[in-house]
Design a protein around this ligand. Structure first.
Ligand code: UT7
Length: 352
């Protein structure tokens, strides 16, 4: 059975830089608070009405496709991971297909809704498809436009300051080289705290049916359901919520656990890792995990300082930056790991 290799990689971030000082004009926050608690100095925001999640994804995808030495028409499966899709439905996978000009239909498109761990989940799904022989050129994209859905008042400051926009993409192909490719992946989930890091509305949980029908209409319920009311927007119910301390505490436990799991699976120790790419949620979380693994600074790639948390895009963006900087060489052992909303988390080991 072949292994799955990363044959091409690319990333794109919007041009507009938004600093902590820019945010201070809209909410009560400080550059010191943001840097001290998260490490973030600036992030990128997409251009309104011009850039969308699928268009950022397409820019990253084109680079990955070119670097893999193929054309868009060669892609036989698309996996798109995002929590900030262009539309409620259809998903970004088909929009990306259209944007890339892939007009043939000998292709599938799958959307992944696993937030911060979306790229690791997507990579793991793609790995199974490639190793089974089902697909030969899978395009996996992680992309987000958070900036269009954040609360820029002081009420939303604990979440808003953390997030940025961006996209990363990889092309996954089979390889017969036993010393190359994805060696193992482990995925986990625990729905106990689903609402502790979430965007609850709009959603079917509100249970609204139009009052002109008798399909369960109830005067006493807030209008909501699959759309937002003015009151919900006023009350801040249209924005993400997060119990930051719970997420932080759980993340620093789960990251080391799942990394140990993939290392043990392959008979490695942390010292065997050449480069560790953690999901970029908070520099403090990454530093904690780095210390726990005993890794020196040169074996860890962080870019949250410049891009904030781009959720499903953080790992492919960081991996691509590291590769472009010459930090990823043939034969290197790369460890990627993510934790986030769900909670869902996972890790993979890749021999480059
Ligand atoms: O990939 C998604 C996964 N998300 C994460 O991994 C996030 C994990 N959690 C975190 O990164 C941290 O919990 C935060 C950076 C979000 C917050 O840091 P913290 O040290 O846990 O702060 P806190 O939530 O306990 O808040 C401390 C204080 C509060 O004020 P009081 O109650 O002590 O008066 C907050 O209201 O800081 C206040 N605060 C802020 N102050 C200035 C919250 N956000 C801000 C802000 N600027 N942006």
């Amino acid at each position: 059975m072949p292994r799955t290799k990363i044959a091409g990689i690319g990333f794109y971030v919007p041009e507009q830089v938004v600093t902590n000082h820019d945010l201070m004009r809209h909410m009560e926050t400080t550059d010191e608070w943001i840097q001290e608690r998260s490490g973030i100095v600036e992030r990128r925001y997409a251009k309104r009405h011009e850039e969308t999640t699928s268009s950022l994804g397409a820019k990253a995808a084109r680079i990955a496709i070119e670097r893999a030495g193929i054309t868009p028409a060669d892609v036989d499966f698309i996996i798109f991971a995002t929590l900030s899709p262009d539309y409620f439905f259809p998903g970004c996978g088909v929009l990306l297909q259209r944007e890339l000009g892939i007009t043939h239909t000998e292709i599938g498109a799958l959307d992944i809704r696993n937030q911060c761990s979306g790229f690791v989940y997507g990579l793991t799904v793609a790995d199974q498809f490639v190793r089974s022989g089902m697909y030969k050129n899978i395009l996996l994209v992680g992309a987000e436009v958070h900036s269009m859905g954040l609360d820029y008042s002081t009420r939303g400051r604990n979440v808003t300051v953390l997030f940025g926009d961006g996209a990363g993409a990889v092309i996954l192909q089979p390889t017969d080289d036993a010393n190359q490719g994805i060696l193992t992946s482990k995925l986990h989930s625990d729905g106990t705290h689903a609402e502790q890091l979430a965007l609850i509305n709009p959603g079917a949980h509100s249970g609204y049916h139009d009052h002109n029908t008798d399909f369960g209409y109830d005067e006493s319920l807030e209008f909501g359901g699959l759309f937002l009311t003015e009151k919900m927007v006023e009350d801040g119910m249209a924005f993400p919520v997060m119990d930051g301390q719970l997420v932080f505490k759980t993340a620093v436990t789960k990251f080391p656990e799942v990394i140990k799991e993939v290392l043990d699976d392959q008979g490695f120790t942390p010292a065997d890792i050449d480069l560790f790419i953690p999901h970029q949620a908070n520099l403090r979380i990454s530093q904690f995990v780095q210390k726990k693994l005993g890794l020196p600074d040169e074996k860890v790639w962080n870019n949250i300082q410049r891009f904030g948390n781009t959720t499903a895009a953080t790992i492919p963006i960081a991996l691509c930056e590291a590769w472009e900087a010459g930090k990823v060489k043939k034969g290197d052992l790369i460890c990627i790991a993510a934790f986030g909303s769900g909670f869902t988390w996972g890790a993979s080991l890749i021999r480059w």
